[in-house]
Every structure is written in C-alpha cells, then in structure tokens.
Design a protein around this ligand. Structure first.
Ligand SMILES: [Zn+2]
Length: 182
C-alpha cells in the first residue's frame, strides 16, 4: 500500500538547531509504517509545539493527521488536518496552506475518502483569500533538488513541502534546520 524507502546511512548533524529525539523517532515510525505510534508521537509533539513553537505546530498536526489516516483513524485524522490547515491560515502562511492542503486532498482521494477530501477542500477554500491563490501558482515553479531527508531530524523532504529561505536554501518545517539544494 505504501512506499518503503531504502535505509540511508547515518544522519549528518553539524551546526543544526536542537532537534527533539521524539521528532526523529516520529518520522522513523512513520517511514516504517508504524502509524499508530507515529500518530501518538506527532500528536504529542504538535500539542507541545502549540505553546512553545507555534510556527512548527501546523506541520506536526498535519503529520499526525496523515499518520492517523494511514492507520485507519480517519475521523481523528481529519480533525488534525483541519487543525493544521486553519493554524496555517491564522499564521497567514497561505503558500503552505495551499500546497499542503492540496496534498492532503490528493491523498484522501487516492484512499477513496472522497467525502473527507471534499471536507478538506472546503477548509482550504474558506481559509485562502482568493487574491492570494493566483500569486501562489507563480512561486511553485522551478526550485533546486533537495536531499531526500532532512539531515537533522530525518523528515522526508519534498521540494514543494518546504519553506524556501532563498534560491537554494530551504527550511525543514519540522525542526527548522536549513537544508541546501543541489
Ligand atoms: Zn528537520
């Protein structure tokens, strides 16, 4: 059902911000398909982040949501997706909301969860100012290739999934480490 990624060599860590071990573990659980445990870990991290690192919280909620949905806890998963997306809107991070929201919708459709996909589409639509949408499409053009995983926390990285600090440097949205494109 899900793709397994080959194991990679050890993670490099030099000059990176402090990464909670639980975050690395949560990503690992997710990649290994331990969705229930991954969900629990991401929920804990997300709740903790809400107070301490509000800028990380949305991504952790979205990840908790994905873990829940992959593990069959659809209702819980949708609630987490909703939390993550509305948080992004509150923080006015519309680009992230647009991209990650659409990814969630695509994933739900791929799993046959069409009612849930429609629900999330509605959340995106209600939280995304119309004038922002057209501007966003431009931003998504060519970006350099990133390493497949964050060297600090082990999150799987996709070029569309990260926040770009400049032309070649992206920020891992789970731990805040800078990641350079090639
Ligand atoms: Zn990271």
């Amino acid at each position: 059902m899900f793709r397994r990624r080959p194991l990679r060599g050890g993670f490099r860590r030099a000059g990176m911000p402090e990464v909670p071990p639980m975050l690395r573990r949560a990503h690992q659980l997710m990649e290994n398909g331990n969705y229930a445990e991954a969900q629990e870990a991401f929920e804990m991290l997300a709740k903790r982040a809400e107070d301490k690192f509000p800028e990380r919280a949305p991504f952790l909620f979205l990840q908790a949501g994905q873990a829940a949905i992959f593990g069959g806890q659809t209702k819980k998963g949708i609630a987490h997706l909703r939390s993550g997306l509305t948080m992004l809107a509150t923080q006015q991070r519309y680009h992230r909301l647009h991209i990650l929201g659409q990814q969630a919708v695509d994933e739900l459709i791929a799993r046959g969860l069409t009612a849930e996909a429609a629900e999330i589409s509605e959340v995106i639509k209600n939280n995304l100012p119309a004038e922002v949408v057209s501007a966003l499409v431009e931003v998504e053009k060519k970006k350099p290739i990133l390493p497949t995983h964050c060297p600090s926390c082990g999150a799987a990285l996709k070029p569309t999934d990260v926040e770009w600090l400049d032309e070649v440097t992206a920020e891992c949205e789970y731990c805040g480490s800078p990641v350079r494109g090639e």
